[in-house]
Design a protein around this ligand. Structure first.
Ligand SMILES: CC[C@H](O)CC(=O)C(=O)O
Ligand SMILES: [Mn+2]
Length: 341
């Protein structure tokens, strides 16, 4: 039986929910707990990947390279992964991350733009690292288009390509069909990364498993953008009940979620009305907090901003659209004629 590989992204996708304020001590405790619980890969980076700390995406409390080194120093078995979005992260950050002990680079592009990742895969392989492709906003394209894009990443040297449900907008049949299409098109491994905006993160992960997925993502307590990710401790318990536990200590993960992550999380990600709107309208999960802020600023319901962003098909990197949309909606509401009585 092949072994399913779990990557925990509490210290990367969870960074969105933490507004990128992880401290060294928090990273050490979380990484050590995950390592001891048998999680084989731990992703540590600014939420928007290497080089993400900026005015646009939010500055980090502690530089991500230092956090990577902290995580590396406490792990005895787990490999450390870092996310990189071409254009945000450059060759310089990629090399620096490798020097701090990163062994897996996950290269993320919009699901129709795999062609911008060739150089980054090239350098990752040159440095002797494992290279994983991330096709983001995968609900926006049908399985056959994703398979073509994944084939490009395979030709650049990817060891695995992920279907990334960035908006948490997929239903189980959509997750199944997309993973299946990649399994049929590629000779390398296939992964699935879920968001819980429609409350389907675990259900979709199980659909991906049914389609033959090789790698999946989780985060403790689901800490992540939007309504968060598939919770690592829940994945572990479910896989265990299915007789498919790949070596995860279920109780140790429950403890890490409860006693290490819950006390430091600023809120518990869940499909509340704004996050649910993200899944419903098919919007990038990281837009949640930005849309809430814009809503407060312009006295708008964040849901109206999110629905309009979905209509305009906004994708990663278009965070500046959020304020534009809010301004348009605020202006439009002022233009409305006052009802005559
Ligand atoms: C900014 C990168 C993004 O958060 C990657 C990811 O996890 C996703 O698209 O879901
Ligand atoms: Mn994500």
């Amino acid at each position: 039986m092949k072994t399913l590989r779990l990557t925990d992204t509490t210290l990367r996708d969870g960074s969105h929910a933490m507004r990128h304020q992880f401290t060294r001590q928090q990273v050490r405790s979380i990484a050590q707990a995950l390592d001891r619980a048998g999680v084989p890969v731990i992703e540590v980076t600014h939420g928007d990947g290497l080089g993400g700390a900026s005015l646009q995406y939010g500055f980090s409390h502690t530089p991500e390279l230092e956090l990577i080194a902290e995580a590396r120093s406490v792990c005895e078995r787990a490999r450390i992964a870092a996310l990189l979005l071409p254009g945000i992260g450059t060759r310089k950050e990629l090399k620096a991350a490798a020097e701090r002990g990163v062994q897996v680079i996950r290269i993320a592009t919009q699901c129709t733009e795999a062609d911008i990742s060739e150089q980054h895969f090239g350098l990752t392989k040159e440095l002797g690292l494992e290279a994983v492709g991330f096709l983001m906003m995968a609900h926006m394209r049908p399985p056959e288009v994703l398979a073509e894009q994944a084939r490009l990443m395979e030709s650049y040297g990817a060891d695995c390509v992920y279907i990334v449900d960035s908006a948490g907008a997929l239903l189980p049949d959509g997750a199944y069909a997309r993973v299946k299409a990649l399994k049929e098109a590629l000779t390398i491994q296939v992964g699935f990364h879920a968001h819980n905006n429609l409350g389907l993160a675990i259900g979709n992960t199980l659909a991906a498993l049914e389609a033959g997925v090789d790698q999946i993502d989780g985060s403790l307590r689901g800490l992540g953008a939007g309504a968060g990710n598939a919770a690592t401790e829940v994945i572990a318990a479910v896989l265990d009940k299915m007789g498919q536990n790949p070596g995860l200590n279920v109780f140790a993960l429950m403890d890490a979620a409860e006693y290490i992550v819950a006390p430091i999380a600023p809120y518990q990600p869940l499909p509340d009305r704004d996050a649910l709107t993200i899944g419903y309208a098919g919007v990038y999960s990281t837009f949640l907090l930005h849309a809430r802020r814009a809503g407060e600023l312009y006295h708008l319901d964040p849901r109206s901003i999110l629905v309009e962003l979905g209509r305009r098909q906004a994708v990663a990197g278009q965070e500046d659209w959020i304020l534009d949309v809010a301004l348009d909606l605020a202006r439009r509401s002022q233009d409305k004629p006052v009802p005559q009585t």
